[in-house]
Structure formats: structure tokens, C-alpha cells
Design a protein around this ligand. Structure first.
Ligand code: NAD
Length: 469
């Protein structure tokens, strides 16, 4: 059984204690994750603070090359990392699973390496000169969740380093191994201390979010924990990017063709077994085409193969952890008892090994059911009937979450207009959850603060300095 190590100041560091990381498909232990102590956290942050002194002054070209090198390193080890990711996270190797995640990680790293932060000249004449410069913030603490652990780690690490910051990353205790290994691979291409990784239980996170040498926290996870991160940073006025939960609505407009949309709607909702921040989590369908949409979606969903992620045929894997399994199961039960009708699934086999929850579609769902009002983060989609588009829009916007949303129609112009009235960070037309490294992504309301990706995302790892004469 492999015992993994921390990486601090370019050195592999063994810890006295470890914790087992189980495979969600089988319950078998994948590896032993290191349990960092408070002293390890302090060493890692101090190493990052020391490294910042020279990394911040490294030439832009050196930093660009180093980040491009990170993309190459990830690509070169992608199959090893994809297998480890499947073992601890559960997602399939194929389809929109681990290999897809590693491909995205390399693509995001490569694109982010190519970005730059040009000086803006406001005035340059006989009367004076004014320039706006982007400066790195300092030590960035990155805290990541268990659903897309490697992609999200890259989203945090690469722009931070590209802009001249140094990083200490702490992965979720549920999926730490792939991040520990990926950071080991990435950090070999960087000066010591620029990228460090610590792992442990949740209780080590506040040591990072309150550490006086940490200038910024980039956090992806639940809204509840995001609030704690914000409160913890108040004393030292930390810069924050918070990418939090979502309860994205999709609205189908009258006259839409279910056959043309079912597959995209399905994967918008069931990507990574629904364990995706910007998955479609509630679907509003007009009365006139309600039955046709339900039948077509159920017909498509019935053919999707659920299984162990190492099986090359699997399209969906188990839920990542028992807490998530129990949460989804409880929400589906509550909806059923309140009148929702399962079209498919909704009845997990008991005593089955692994946290497999069947693909579930719930017809006749409505506001007031937990699965409509809250984030289910699992493979169960409520389908809500409506008769008035304005009412559907009002229900979509009623959530305190506001990450993404979508409108579906064979008339894209009409859908575009309605999409512009969705209150959320990204509103899609005839697609859901699509993201790109050159387009900013982030939530509003309880879904977060700030954006990631592209120039706007890179700027979040900087402060402004004005030079004025
Ligand atoms: P979580 O909030 O339970 O954990 C996230 C991370 O926070 C983990 O690393 C955990 O160890 C750490 N943590 C725990 N206590 C902490 C504390 N007091 N201070 C600081 N950090 C602490 O979230 P999760 O269950 O891992 O992830 C699922 C959630 O993440 C969902 O709500 C999902 O929507 C959200 N998410 C959002 C995005 C986005 O981009 N908006 C992306 C992925 C996931």
C-alpha cells in the first residue's frame, strides 16, 4: 500500500500519520494520504513566502515558459493520473471522465501560460506619465473539492503562478492522492517553494485561511464552507476567489423538439454523475410537451452504462462518498413522498458494494421539494411542469444560488432573450455547463465571488500598482 507524501519547498516530506483513501466503487483502500500537522502547514506557507521573493521578480518569459512546461508535464503523465483519479474519485476513465479531466487540465494550463498582463498606459505626454501595472498578490492558498480535483487544482495553481504568486494547495480529504501526485509532477519543473502541497482532514484548512503570510485564498467548494473561508480571512484582509455551489435551472421553451435536445440536456445534468457545480439541477418543461420530453429523456438515460470507472465501457461511476449518496437518496425519497414520480431509477439497490446510485429522473417535481430547492449534487434530475414562461423564469431566479442556467428552444433568438434575464454567472442557450479557458466563469449571489479563466480570471491573482509622474 503506497503511503503518499507532502511536497514542501521542493522536498518530498513524510508525515508520521496517514489516513486511508477508499475507492468509491469497491471500498478498497487506494492509498494512504499524509496527515499534515500544524508545523507542516507553517513550513509550507513559509517556504512559499520565501520563494515569492524571487518568483515575483522572475521575467515574464520565464514564468510563461514554466507554466507551458506544467501543461507538458501533465500531458506526459495523464494516463497515470487518470487511473489514480478514477480509483479515488470513482468517475469513469472514458467519456466525460478522468481522461477528459486530464485533457482539460493540460489544455487549461497551456492556454493560461499564454496569457499576459500588459501594462496599461493612461497618459504619456509632456504633462506626465501614468501606467497601471498588475503585481502578484503573494502566497496563494488553494483549497479544492472532490468532484473535479485535478482540473480545479490546475484552475487555481496555473494562473496564480503565471501571475508571479506562489502556492500552497490543500486537496479535499476525500480525493487527495491524485493531487499529491500531480503536484509532485508539476513542481519538478518549478523553483523550490513555488508550488507546495499539504493534505489532511478538514481541520487543517483554517490553518491556511488564517495564516498571516497567506495573501489570497482561492476556494472551490460548498457555500457553507465558503462563508467560513470568508470569515477566517477577515482579520488579515485576504483576497478571495470563491467558487461555490449551484442549483442551475434549465428552461425548455414551448415548441421545442425533445429528440434534438435530450442528449445534451442529459449530459448537462448527469456529467460526473451530477457532481458538478454547474450541472443542470432542475429542468422546467412546458405543459404541452411535458410527456414527450419525459419519454425522450428517459429513453436516452436508460441506455447510459453505470459501472466501475476502470471498466472502459462505463459512462457513469459511483457517487464519490457515502455522505453524498445518503444526501441524494434522502432528497429523492422526500420528493417521492411529496408526489414526484420516478420515470427511471430512484430506488438504489441495498447492500450493493460501492456508492452506486442509479440514474434517476423525477417527473411531477415542484418547488417545495428539497431536490428542487437545494443542490442535490448527484444523478437525480427533477422535471418541473409549467404553463407560463414568466412563471418558470421567476422560479428559476428564486434560488439563492446563481452559478449557471440555460434556455432550450428551436428558436435561439427567443431563447437568447430569456437567457439574458436569468440571474446567474453564465446563461447558456441549447447547451449547459460548457466552459472554456478563454471565457470567464463564476457565480453570483450565494454561488461565489470573482471569476476564473481567461484574462479576467488571471487578473484576480494580481493587485494594481499605479506609477504616476
Ligand atoms: P466542501 O465545502 O465540503 O469542501 C471543499 C474543501 O474545503 C475541502 O478541501 C475541505 O477540506 C475544505 N474545508 C473544509 N472545512 C473548511 C474550513 N473550515 N475552511 C476552509 N476549507 C475547509 O465542498 P465539497 O463537498 O468538497 O464540494 C462540493 C461543493 O463544491 C458543491 O457545493 C459544489 O457545487 C461546489 N463546487 C463549486 C464549483 C464552482 O466552480 N463554483 C466547482 C466544483 C464544486
Amino acid at each position: 500500500m503506497s503511503a503518499y507524501r507532502l511536497l514542501i519547498d521542493g522536498e518530498s516530506v513524510a508525515t508520521p500519520d496517514h489516513f486511508p483513501v477508499p475507492n468509491p466503487a469497491t471500498g478498497e483502500t487506494v492509498g494512504l494520504a499524509p496527515l499534515a500537522t500544524a508545523e507542516h502547514i507553517d513550513r509550507a506557507v513559509s517556504a512559499a513566502a520565501r520563494a515569492f521573493k524571487s518568483w515575483r521578480t522572475a521575467s515574464d518569459e520565464d514564468r510563461r515558459k514554466a507554466c507551458a512546461g506544467l501543461a507538458e508535464r501533465i500531458s506526459a503523465s495523464s494516463e497515470e493520473l487518470a487511473r489514480l483519479l478514477t480509483l479515488e474519485q470513482g468517475k469513469p476513465l472514458n467519456g466525460l471522465g478522468s481522461r477528459f479531466e486530464l485533457g482539460g487540465a493540460a489544455a487549461w494550463a497551456g492556454y493560461t501560460a499564454s496569457l499576459d498582463l500588459p501594462v496599461e498606459t493612461v497618459q504619456n505626454d509632456a504633462n506626465g506619465r501614468i501606467e497601471i501595472h498588475r503585481r502578484p498578490v503573494g502566497v496563494v492558498a488553494s483549497i479544492t473539492p472532490w468532484n473535479w480535483p485535478l482540473l480545479i487544482a490546475v484552475w487555481h495553481i496555473v494562473p496564480a503562478i503565471r501571475a508571479g504568486n506562489t502556492v500552497v494547495i490543500k486537496p479535499s480529504p476525500l480525493t487527495p492522492l491524485s493531487t499529491l501526485r500531480m503536484v509532485e509532477i508539476m513542481a519538478a519543473g518549478l523553483p523550490p517553494g513555488v508550488l507546495n502541497v499539504v493534505s489532511g482532514r478538514d481541520d487543517i484548512a483554517p490553518l491556511l485561511t488564517t495564516h498571516p503570510y497567506v495573501a489570497k485564498v482561492v476556494f472551490t467548494g460548498s457555500t457553507e464552507t465558503g462563508r467560513k473561508v470568508m470569515a477566517a480571512g477577515a482579520a488579515t484582509l485576504k483576497h478571495l476567489t470563491l467558487e461555490l455551489g449551484g442549483n442551475d435551472a434549465g428552461i425548455v421553451l414551448p415548441g421545442s423538439d425533445p429528440k434534438a435536445m435530450a442528449e445534451r440536456i442529459f449530459w448537462g445534468a448527469f456529467l460526473n454523475s451530477g457532481q458538478t457545480c454547474a450541472a443542470l439541477k432542475r429542468l422546467y418543461v412546458p405543459d404541452a410537451s411535458y410527456d414527450a420530453f419525459c419519454d425522450t429523456l428517459a429513453g436516452f438515460a436508460a441506455k447510459v452504462k453505470l459501472g466501475n470507472g476502470l471498466d472502459e465501457e462505463s459512462q457513469l461511476g459511483p457517487l464519490q462518498n457515502p455522505m453524498q449518496f445518503n444526501k441524494v437518496a434522502a432528497m429523492v425519497e422526500q420528493a417521492k413522498s411529496a408526489g414526484a414520480k420516478p420515470l427511471l431509477g430512484g430506488n438504489p439497490a441495498e447492500q450493493r458494494k460501492g456508492h452506486f446510485y442509479p440514474v434517476t429522473l423525477l417527473a411531477e417535481a415542484e418547488a417545495g421539494m428539497r431536490i428542487v430547492d437545494e443542490e442535490q449534487f448527484g444523478p437525480a434530475l427533477p422535471i418541473i411542469r409549467y404553463s407560463d414562461v414568466e412563471d418558470a423564469l421567476e422560479q428559476a431566479n428564486a434560488s439563492s444560488y446563481a452559478l449557471g442556467g440555460s434556455v432550450w428552444s428551436s428558436d435561439p433568438e427567443r431563447a437568447w432573450d430569456l437567457a439574458s434575464r436569468l440571474e446567474c454567472g453564465t446563461a447558456w442557450v441549447n447547451r449547459h455547463g460548457d466552459i472554456r479557458p478563454d471565457v470567464p466563469f463564476g457565480g453570483i449571489k450565494s454561488s461565489g465571488i470573482g471569476v476564473e479563466f481567461g484574462r479576467h480570471g488571471l487578473q484576480e491573482y494580481t493587485t494594481i500598482q499605479v506609477l504616476y509622474r
